[in-house]
Every structure is written in structure tokens, then in C-alpha cells.
Design a protein around this ligand. Structure first.
Ligand SMILES: Cc1cc2nc3c(=O)[nH]c(=O)nc-3n(C[C@H](O)[C@H](O)[C@H](O)COP(=O)(O)O)c2cc1C
Length: 381
């Protein structure tokens, strides 16, 4: 990303500072920090004190959504990614939520099962990753020691295992509330297990969880309904990436298929729907935006009866324009929030932005994590 100053445009930028109700929360602004994997938990997936500092620094966001967090040992697929299935992990997250709340912020936990985007080296018993069907993702994955290894062909989940999988998602959401989170965002995007079920290139099941889009959406909707009944629909949200191809996912007809999924979610009165634009679907692995004409907010916003967050390659002006034109209710800024702990202040005042450093995105310590300067510290104000 280049170093771009946001010249304030009278009125337009102000739209990002109108309060917004998201389920049980009232946000003071519409500038969202989306989920950003940073791989700095302990090897056991316990968030460390430095993560409480990192998230606390960013508490002026309208809402923080945490990095994707594993619902189980089997659900992991990145080195040093956090989890929400052990008492130590819950205690670690409690420090994070306390740090954000102490600074007046709001924070949701993004929960994930990686599915085939994993490796047998993540499983203590060496068992294969699981997926809707025994179809390998193309390419390479980080092993637990940060080396790159080829994806394996996963084991197709048995139908009898799915109720336990839904229960594991539900337990993770209850653990999140116990850890002090304000809400839970279910990761249905970016090529992980629930997305693998949604898209027909990775789901070739012949039971009630494969075939038609109604069947392929069944697992996601069971997870959503279970979590909403446990913690309330006003604290339950979903992230989707229609037209995204991360993890080698592909769908034969994304537009009608995701329309069907979003209409089903709409009936559930959730806290929010978070849509990633395909132009930035690879933002976690590369800086160049993929050129794709699909505009998810434009295609799907009207199908969802509730707040929509849009993400993907936004600058302050284009984000404010998305809100003022009704394309979305709030805007996520991913790489900009990594590099700018006080992003809302910078957007409001038109101050220059720190530049995102990709080399320090994944793994490591304070460098590129808690040492991006705030305005006062950099002397810019
Ligand atoms: C380093 C990095 C890690 C990411 N990790 C996640 C993640 O854990 N979960 C998720 O849903 N999206 C993840 N994303 C995608 C971002 O949430 C966001 O959708 C993407 O960066 C596009 O927004 P941007 O152009 O404002 O950066 C990640 C992106 C980056 C750059």
C-alpha cells in the first residue's frame, strides 16, 4: 500500500462518524477493524499480553473483530493462531477484551474451523484434516513451524460427525461470551470449512449437506441457528466472501448461490453480515488487488435485512462513499488498521497514514504489531 493522505471531504467523511446499532451494540463510528490473522499466540493458541496491547491500541474502532480463532484443535491451520477451546485460551482472551473495554471499545471474536486448509502436522495424533469432500486445496500451507508444506487430501467428514461439529462451534461461541466478547462473527469466508461446504468445487457430497445450495448452506445455517439460540441473534454475525477463490475454492454459480445463502441469513435477524469484495480477497497473502468486476455489496446488500459491513481495498473516501450511497452501513479497513492504531482519528483529521509492512504481518513479536505509531506519538498532531 502506498502512503496516502486522506484529504477530508466536507460532509462525506462525516458519514463514517454517524453512530450505528449492530445488534446489541451501538458503535460511535462506522470504521471497522476486520479480522486480521497475525500468528502471535502461544504454540497452544493462548493469546499473549502483547495481543491485549495490540487490540487495546485499536479500541477507537467502531468495532474490532479479532483474528480468526480456532474452535478446536482440529480446526487449526496456521502456526500460532489463537483458539477458544481451552481454559487458558479463554483466560488469555479475557485480558484482550478487558483491554479493549477499558479504552471504551467493542470487540467481537471471529471463530473458524480451517477444514482442508490445515495439515496433519496440526493434529497431535497426525490425523488428516477434514473437509466436506476428499478434495485437496491447491498449493502450499504453513506448517506449525512456519515452513511451507503441500496441502494433503483431506478426509471427508462423516455425516454422523456433523452434529458434534455444530456443537463445537456453539461451545466456542459460548466460550467467547465467557471471555467477555460483545459478539461472535462466524467465519464463512475465505476458503475455510464453512465456505468449503458452501462452494460446489469443494463440496461434492451426496447427502443432505451437498448438492443443492440449500443443502450446501445447511451446515452454516445450523451453526448460525445454534449460536444465535445460545448467545442471541443480536450477538451473532456472519462473514462471507462471494466470488472469492482463496484456498482454491470455486463455485459454478456464485451469484444465485450466495443470494440464496444471504436470503436465508436475512431471515435470522443477525447482528450483521460482513461481505468481502473479491478485488481484495487475497489481501492476506498479496498486495495486488485481483481485478474482478463482481461487486458483492452492490449485488447482495438489498437481500439482507440488517446491517452490512463491506471490506476490501477501501480508502477513507471510497469507504465513506459506500456508506453515504447505501452500499453498506459500515466499512472495514484491514491493512490500514494494522498500520494505524488510531485510524478513526486519522480519517477524521485527514492526517497521513503509516504504511502497512507485509513482512511483519505473520508471526514475530512487537515489530509490525504494537510499534506502529499513533498520531500523538509520531508528533503529527
Ligand atoms: C494480514 C492479514 C490477515 C488477515 N486475516 C484474516 C482473518 O483472520 N479472517 C478474515 O476473515 N479475513 C482476514 N483477512 C482479510 C481482511 O479482513 C480484509 O478483508 C482484507 O484485508 C481486505 O481489506 P483491506 O483491503 O482493507 O486490507 C486478513 C487480511 C490480511 C492483510
Amino acid at each position: 500500500m502506498t502512503h496516502i493522505a486522506n484529504a477530508p471531504i466536507d460532509g462525506l467523511i462525516d458519514t463514517l462518524f454517524a453512530p450505528l446499532t449492530l445488534g446489541a451494540m451501538v458503535l460511535p463510528n462506522r470504521i471497522i477493524m476486520p479480522a486480521l490473522t497475525r500468528m502471535r499466540a502461544s504454540a497452544e493458541g493462548v493469546p499473549q499480553a502483547i495481543s491485549a496491547a495490540y487490540y487495546g491500541q485499536r479500541a477507537s474502532a467502531g468495532l474490532i473483530v479479532t483474528e480468526a480463532t480456532a474452535i478446536s484443535v482440529q480446526g487449526r491451520g496456521y502456526p500460532q493462531m489463537p483458539g477458544i477451546y481451552s481454559a487458558e485460551q479463554i483466560a488469555g482472551w479475557r485480558n484482550v477484551t478487558a483491554a479493549v473495554h477499558a479504552r471504551g471499545g467493542r470487540i467481537a471474536l471471529q471463530i473458524v474451523h480451517h477444514g482442508r486448509w490445515s495439515h496433519s502436522r496440526y493434529n497431535p495424533d497426525g490425523s488428516l484434516p477434514v473437509a466436506p469432500s476428499a478434495i485437496a486445496a491447491p498449493g502450499m500451507i504453513y506448517a506449525p513451524d512456519f515452513t511451507q508444506v503441500a496441502f494433503e487430501t483431506p478426509r471427508a467428514l462423516d455425516r454422523a460427525e456433523l452434529p458434534e461439529l455444530v456443537e463445537t462451534f456453539r461451545r466456542a461461541a459460548r466460550n467467547a461470551i465467557a471471555a467477555g466478547f460483545d459478539a461472535v462473527e462466524i467465519h464463512g469466508a475465505n476458503g475455510f470449512l464453512l465456505d468449503q461446504f458452501l462452494q460446489d468445487g469443494s463440496n461434492q457430497r451426496t447427502d443432505a449437506y451437498g448438492g443443492s445450495i440449500e443443502n450446501r448452506a445447511r451446515l452454516l445455517l445450523e451453526v448460525v441457528d445454534g449460536i444465535a439460540s445460545d448467545i442471541g441473534p443480536g450477538r451473532t454475525a456472519v462473514r462471507l466472501s462471494p466470488h472469492g477463490n482463496l484456498g482454491g475454492l470455486i463455485d459454478s454459480a456464485p451469484r444465485p448461490h450466495f443470494a440464496c445463502v444471504i436470503e436465508a441469513l436475512s431471515r435470522r435477524k443477525l447482528a450483521w453480515l460482513h461481505l468481502i469484495e473479491p478485488r481484495a480477497s487475497s489481501a492476506g497473502i498479496a498486495d495486488d488487488a485481483s481485478i474482478d468486476s463482481a461487486n458483492n455489496a452492490g449485488l447482495f446488500r438489498h437481500l439482507f435485512d440488517g446491517p452490512v459491513i463491506t471490506a476490501g481495498g477501501y480508502q477513507a473516501e471510497s469507504g465513506a462513499a459506500a456508506v453515504s450511497s447505501g452500499l453498506a452501513d459500515a466499512v472495514a479497513f484491514g491493512r490500514m488498521f494494522i498500520a494505524n492504531p488510531d485510524l478513526p482519528d486519522r480519517i477524521r483529521t485527514g492526517a497521513p497514514l503509516n504504511t502497512f509492512d507485509r513482512a511483519t504481518a505473520y508471526g514475530g513479536g512487537a515489530q509490525g504489531y504494537t510499534d506502529y505509531p499513533a498520531l500523538a506519538a509520531s508528533g503529527a498532531l
